[in-house]
Design a protein around this ligand. Sequence first.
Ligand SMILES: NC(=O)c1ccc[n+]([C@@H]2O[C@H](COP(=O)([O-])OP(=O)(O)OC[C@H]3O[C@@H](n4cnc5c(N)ncnc54)[C@H](O)[C@@H]3O)[C@@H](O)[C@H]2O)c1
Ligand SMILES: O=P(O)(O)OC[C@@H](O)[C@@H](O)[C@H](O)[C@H](O)CO
Length: 489
Amino acid sequence: MTALRFPDRDEKCPTQPLNATTVAEALPETVPRPPVRIVHIGLGAFHRAHQLWYTAVVDGENEWGVAAFTGRGAAAARMIAAQNGLCTVVQRAAGVETRTLVTNLVEAHHGSDVARLATSIADPAVRLVTLTITEAGYRFGENGRISTRDPVLAGDLTRWKRASADEVVPELQTALVRLLWGLNERRRSTGRPIAIVPCDNMPENGPMVGRAAVDLAREVDNDLADWVRESVSFVSTVVDRITPATTERDIRDLQTATGFVDQAVVVTEAFSEWILSGTFPEGRPPWELAGARFVDDIAPFERRKLWLLNGAHTLLAMTARHRGLSTVAEAITDPETRRAVEDYWDAVVPWLPEPELDLEKYRRDLLARFENPHLAHRLEQIALGSVMKLRIRTLPVIECQWGMGVVPEALLLSLSGWIAGAIVGWEDNDDNVLRAVQTSDPVCELLKILDDRLGRDDLSVAIVRAQVAQLLSTHTRFPSDQGVSRDYR
Ligand SMILES: NC(=O)c1ccc[n+]([C@@H]2O[C@H](COP(=O)([O-])OP(=O)(O)OC[C@H]3O[C@@H](n4cnc5c(N)ncnc54)[C@H](O)[C@@H]3O)[C@@H](O)[C@H]2O)c1
Ligand SMILES: O=P(O)(O)OC[C@@H](O)[C@@H](O)[C@H](O)[C@H](O)CO
């Protein structure tokens, strides 16, 4: 087992940093360090609370170690390496707190260490690669595909070609091209198959990443593209466990409870869900022992999660902040905001007809999860990257509704919240948005950024105009919003 129950603090125990030495002295059990069989890219809070935790709790034979790489910065790798990969997952539900010391993260590296990443992916002992690099990290365009004209991807491909000619390892910026470089090393060494398991909040995340990998590979080497198509399995997933960014308070609370200072602690809910669809040619941990489900048709579950849970999160982040509310729990207990969420769900439900989705229970459970007073899930964290999130979570339902002639106000409200936010400066790091705000008709121009057709539809524009005016008048009454902190990612 690579998950140990963290004991309560022994009063004699001094405060100490969490690492292999301090834990070995404090715990009666030995701390298992399994061999690396999984590579992860995107060493964030969610990976630790979800995939790492699932693997730890089912790993009875200590077989499934993880080598993790950050998606962008170096800080998380440095911090977790200093703790010898040890980290705590705290599950909080009404009156109950469970602390699990996870010991299966055996390596933590900066994602820019492409040579190290390639060595890990090429290792025949490695069976699969998981990813949590955020929706934006994939660099998909509006059509859900990558473009080789994207300057950042194109820069990586140019550096790849130059480095291949010089037989050196290139400096690569993007997670997908780094992954592909690693896959190429595997092809050139053993050629063994492998599974890629994207765990970000996107529909069809397996096939989307698979298409992108083949498209990118075609740019550098047709043989690589063919090998990726034949030997790499891209698994689709629905992942769910509400995991806010770690705060200083979370670190202090754990220290008070256990005596250990764990900079990598994650505080999450007791609930978790993992639905997967696809094959694992080289095997996988028995995640089903912790409740993971393997299905043939994942699409209904993707829609349920993205449209109901994530869609409501984005609605809260787009609207409740205008009312001076800052967390999901605060927002969902505000009667007006809660009604907006219920109306939004009512508008979504007709597009989720499959009986196995059990939407009544799902909605009830969601309300309880959103109300969880033990999680401080900040709306400004959810609001990061909202254009892409609205495209994934809200616009597809609007698209369904479009065929019926009228888009319900409840769905448009999310877009209006984003537009009102752009007008008051929440999106001031995006040049397109800033330009649209400066025009004579910002509402219409901002709506076109989200969806060109809606921006040209008189009725939708009229509804959005009225909603934006209403939100801005509320915003003036609650002027406390501090804007979006960019510290989260
Ligand atoms: N936190 C949750 O509750 C939750 C739940 C379900 C799914 N997810 C998925 O996991 C993702 C990460 O969430 P988190 O809570 O771990 O966030 P986080 O900020 O803790 O970690 C994000 C990780 O993504 C990397 N990253 C960020 N931007 C990137 C980019 N442009 N290119 C490559 N890598 C990039 C970062 O380096 C980091 O490793 C979410 O975006 C979502 O898709 C999160
Ligand atoms: O993680 P993001 O940034 O994709 O989205 C923010 C939240 O909606 C999301 O993290 C949910 O909490 C999560 O998807 C629940 O499983």
